[in-house]
Structures are given as structure tokens and as C-alpha cells.
Design a protein around this ligand. Sequence first.
Ligand SMILES: *[C@@H]1O[C@H](CO)[C@@H](O)[C@H](O)[C@H]1NC(C)=O
Ligand SMILES: *[C@@H]1O[C@H](CO)[C@@H](O)[C@H](O)[C@H]1NC(C)=O
Length: 385
Amino acid sequence: MKKTNYNKPSYIMLTTAMVAILITTSSTSFVHGFNVIDKCWRRDPNWRSHRQQLAKCSVGYSGKMTNNIGVGDELIKYKVTDTSDDPLNPKPGTLRYAMTHIQGKIWVTFERNMNIRLQKPLLVSSFTTIDGRGVEVHIADGACLMLQRVTNVIIHGIKIHNCKAQTASTVLGPDKKIVNVGPVDGDAIRMLTSYKIWIDHNTLYDCEDGLIDVTRGSTNITISNNWFRTQNKVMLLGHDDGFLRDKNMKVTVAFNYFGPNCNQRMPRIRHGYAHVVNNVYKGWGSYAIGGSMNPSIKSQANYFFAKGGRNEVTWKQESGEVEGNFQSVKDVFANGACFNGSGSGRDAVRPNYTPEQAFPVEDGHKVKELTKNAGVLKCPTSSTC
Ligand SMILES: *[C@@H]1O[C@H](CO)[C@@H](O)[C@H](O)[C@H]1NC(C)=O
Ligand SMILES: *[C@@H]1O[C@H](CO)[C@@H](O)[C@H](O)[C@H]1NC(C)=O
């Protein structure tokens, strides 16, 4: 045996130990599939008593959602106990009653597993959290959610599916105001002129039009950890070529799982900016990411698996000389997937996050693991989610 050199500077050993710790830490988070958002609350076995911690976990353009918590006893906790729906005269205990009759900051949970069939679109109020964790809540087979001129909204842990088109209607809106809602096409979640919105860990599928529509100057939005499946048109960011205010639209699309059976628009963007990062795409029909009207898209460290359709991830509408910036940075392409980038280079598509919005981007090879719990989580009683 060789003689040990006891005079070796101890910092080398220290450094070795630190490297070992770093490796252990990162491989632990990898094994549990916890991404930066999930890590912030899912490790707590007492998460039911600390539900509001969730508001501190968002990343990307929504920023932190701490406005949804409030101070002292400012926050109203509301439990949905009644699955019925009356668009004009909602009963106490229903979801619509919470959105219309309760003013101020409200955190909505659900008493038990339930299926809610909305008779007309539900106008979600500002400073509202809809938190389906711990039970299985479906909003399905009727009208679905609309966010119209609202801010500070979290939608977490809801299965929203089979949403149907609706004729024009009159519904009770936030603060008991009567609102005329035009005809809607049947989207799971539709945003109009809304800011600071976080859509996390929902399962969305099979709606008549699309799953998420971000329209009419909406911005500062994070769409994370959702499972999108069985849908032709998945996500539309900007719905109107002529609506120039969407130039300011900023959306983060992170840690989502797309597929199986999604055809197009994951997302499709007009005018604005999308940071599409650390998502898994399990096949697409016509395209995964597309746009028109000079949008900017940074596709970063996603996992694209081509299957059964076109191999090309991208689609750009021919629209004169300006076609936008489509940049792929450290994406992983499998089974023949390819990305046709364009525009004036990487600098043009930096997200320029504030410190509060910024988050570490993971390696594209890890995102299958980090999205494996995308969609509504199963949270067994008295254990981690
Ligand atoms: C969006 O977020 C940024 C950064 O926090 C903020 O400066 C801006 O005012 C927000 N925009 C809107 C419309 O709320
Ligand atoms: C890539 O996109 C450009 C427009 O940005 C288009 O001219 C070109 O034909 C595309 N290439 C392929 C292989 O589709």
C-alpha cells in the first residue's frame, strides 16, 4: 500500500466533500422529479396546513403570487361544498358564489371529490386562488373558466375538460355585477386583458376549441406543470393579427407535458414573447410551436419526441417580410424531431426576467423526469403530495 500523504492541503478534501454534496443534492431532486416549483412545497408532509406556501413557489413571468396570501386575517378561506351552478343566482357553497359574492383575497378549496358542470362561463375574480389539491375536482362537460380584466389569479390542481361552446349569455360576475358575455368557442381557460396569472398542475383535455387562450393584452403569465392531451388546438397566445397591444404579452410555458394526441399550438403565438422551457412534447400532428405577426419565441431545453406526424417542431405563417424570432437553445430532439429557427439571433429572445421571475433552467435530458408528475397531483392523505 502506498503511503498516505497526510500533508495534503485539507481544502482538497473539503472541495471533494462539497462536490459530493452537490452531486447528491441534484441527483435527489432528479430522482423525485421535483422541479424548482414543486421543490418549494411538495416536500412538506404538512402541506395541507400550509396551503398558502404555494403562492411563493411560482416562477417565470407571473412572478411570485404573494399578493394572493395577504397579511393577518385578510385572506378569506372558502370551501366549495355544493357542485350545483346557477349563473345568475349562485347558492352559497358553490364555486360561482365564491367568485361573485366574496370580495377581497380568497383561497378556494374543495370539500371532496367533485364534478362541476358549469351552466355558463365562470368569471374568475381577482386575488383568487382555486386550489384543488387533495381531492379530485373536474370542471367538465359544460362551460369553463374565463379570466376577464382580472389580476393575481392562481389555478391549481383542477381537471378541466370537454368544455363546450356557449351562446351569448348574462352571468353574475365578480362583486355581484351583471356581465354580458359574448358567445365562447369552448376553451378550458380563456384570459382576456388579464395580468399576473399562474396556471399550475392542471390536467386539460378534449375541449371544443382550445385548452388555454391568452388574449386581448393579457401578460405576465406562467403556465407550468400542466398536462395537456387529446386536443387539436392546445394553446393560443394572442388571437388577433390586428391586436397590436399583444406585442407586450409575456408568457412563460414551463415543465408542462404535451401529449399524447395533441395536434398543434403548443403554443401558437402572435405578436408577443414566449419563453418555452423544460417541457416534454410527446409527438404532435401539424406542429408543436408556431407563430405569426413577428412573435419572439425562445425554446429552451425542451424534450421534443416526434411521433406520427411531422418531424418539424416549428411552423411560421408566411406574412410578408417579418416572420419573428424562433430560437432553439439546448433543446433535445428525439426520433427525428427538428427545429427550423429564424430571426436575428439569441440576444433578441432573452426573457429578461426580474430576479423574482428568474429560475434555473434544467438540462433537456432531465425534463422527462421533471414533468412526470405534470397535471393534477395525487395527494394521499397525511403524506407528501
Ligand atoms: C409585468 O411584470 C413586470 C415585472 O414585474 C412589471 O414591471 C409590469 O408592470 C407588469 N405588467 C403588467 C401589465 O402588470
Ligand atoms: C425554415 O423556415 C424558413 C423561414 O423562416 C423557410 O424559408 C424555410 O423554407 C424553412 N426550412 C424548412 C426546411 O422548412
